[in-house]
Design a protein around this ligand. Structure first.
Ligand SMILES: C[S@@+](CC[C@H](N)C(=O)[O-])C[C@H]1O[C@@H](n2cnc3c(N)ncnc32)[C@H](O)[C@@H]1O
Length: 349
């Protein structure tokens, strides 16, 4: 059996509900924002029971947007997002496992009746071949995915296709499992370890390389947590590798650079998002308190200025003068500074 068949069997037959999982890799353990809690609270029991995600993939300001969910499973996130985007938005879910899709389709009437509209469509398909589905390039505002990309073999292809399907200024906002090292082939191919979202987990720095090569030049980490592997057998197999559930946001903005450069720009959050009146969290390193001017690197400036968040910020500055690498963005000048240069001007060697 191929890895793909193993995954279909695991999610279509082996698992019946999230209680059957052997680790907490595919279980969400995050405090929920009230707007997420509200959307989840009105969904059918069945889509909750068959939820196998590992994070929250419902960013702010989705109203009226067109959204694609990669590996939508039984549809929990699709239905929650359907309610949030409202009747002027739409959501497409893609999954390759017929049993998962059957549950998702069966649940459309329940949610349509509850919400008063249906803006949801599920497609049977392979997210490694998104370019072969009937989806127009540049037609989605947001692409989400919850604990799926680790399961596919050609992760770079998924990222490249997702990049092409997004509108300019759109984002891929997704949760997945990553490791602190490259895993052996045996671990990668073990059906249970892979099915539990561990075997296919990418070494985090390889993921950053793939993202950049696919056009997402500056991947941003929204949140992360180390996974607890409860099953002793699996624990022994994977040790000493560590696994993390991470939520990333990857903006499609052509001007983004692969590092944070300083152009002396500042931004101010207006406090105008209903969901965040006091401050806006762009990612784990960028929280903007309402009404306060903050210095930002060129990339952060672009993520706010060229995305759906622009109307909620004031901006000052441009790209006309460069002040070097932006301090505090996880990078510094990688060369010896002047303290390492001897009095006669020569550097020690
Ligand atoms: C861990 S489950 C997550 C499902 C859903 N996102 C959720 O949160 O409940 C992984 C899902 O990815 C789907 N999947 C895995 N590889 C896929 C591929 N290449 N194309 C489409 N779907 C895939 C599986 O069928 C399964 O439904």
């Amino acid at each position: 059996m191929s890895i793909k068949d193993d995954v279909k069997t695991y999610y279509g037959d082996t698992l019946q509900t999230s209680a059957d999982l052997k680790t907490d890799a595919c279980c969400t353990d995050e405090s929920l924002a009230p707007y997420v809690k509200k959307a989840l609270s009105i969904l059918s029991d069945e889509v909750h029971q068959k939820y196998y995600g590992c994070g929250i993939v419902i960013p702010e300001k989705m109203e009226g947007t067109r959204v694609l969910d990669l590996g939508s499973g039984a549809g929990r996130d699709v239905f929650a997002i359907s309610h949030i985007v409202g009747k002027n938005g739409s959501v497409v879910g893609v999954d390759m496992t017929p049993n998962q899709l059957e549950v998702a389709n069966k649940n459309i009437p329940f949610h349509a009746e509850k919400f008063g509209f249906n803006n949801v469509q599920f497609l049977l398909g392979d997210i490694e071949k998104l370019d072969q589905l009937d989806l127009a390039p540049g037609s989605f505002d947001i692409i989400v995915s919850n604990c799926v990309i680790n399961l596919v073999e050609d992760k770079k292809k998924v990222l490249t296709d997702a990049f092409n399907l997004l509108k300019d200024g759109g984002e891929l906002y997704f949760s997945d499992v990553y490791t602190d090292r490259r895993l052996s082939k045996e671990l990668q191919e073990d059906p249970t370890v892979r099915g539990e979202c561990l075997g296919g987990a990418l070494y985090w720095n390889d993921f950053h390389r793939f993202s950049k090569a696919s056009g997402f030049s500056d991947p941003r980490i929204v949140s992360s947590r180390q996974l607890v592997i409860g099953d002793e057998k699996i624990q022994q197999m994977i040790a000493p590798a560590k696994f993390y559930s991470v939520t990333y946001r990857l903006f499609k903005i052509s001007e983004l650079e692969d590092a944070c450069e300083d152009f002396g720009q500042v931004v101010k959050y207006k406090g105008s998002l209903d969901t965040s009146p006091n401050g806006f969290l762009l990612d784990g390193h960028h929280y903007f308190e309402s009404g306060k001017w903050e210095s930002v690197c060129g990339n952060t400036y672009l993520m706010l200025n060229k995305s759906r968040f622009a109307e909620h910020f004031e901006f000052a500055g441009d790209f006309s003068k460069h002040f070097g690498i932006f301090k505090g963005c996880g990078m510094d000048v990688p060369y010896l500074d002047e303290s390492a240069v001897q009095a006669d001007g020569s550097a020690c060697c």
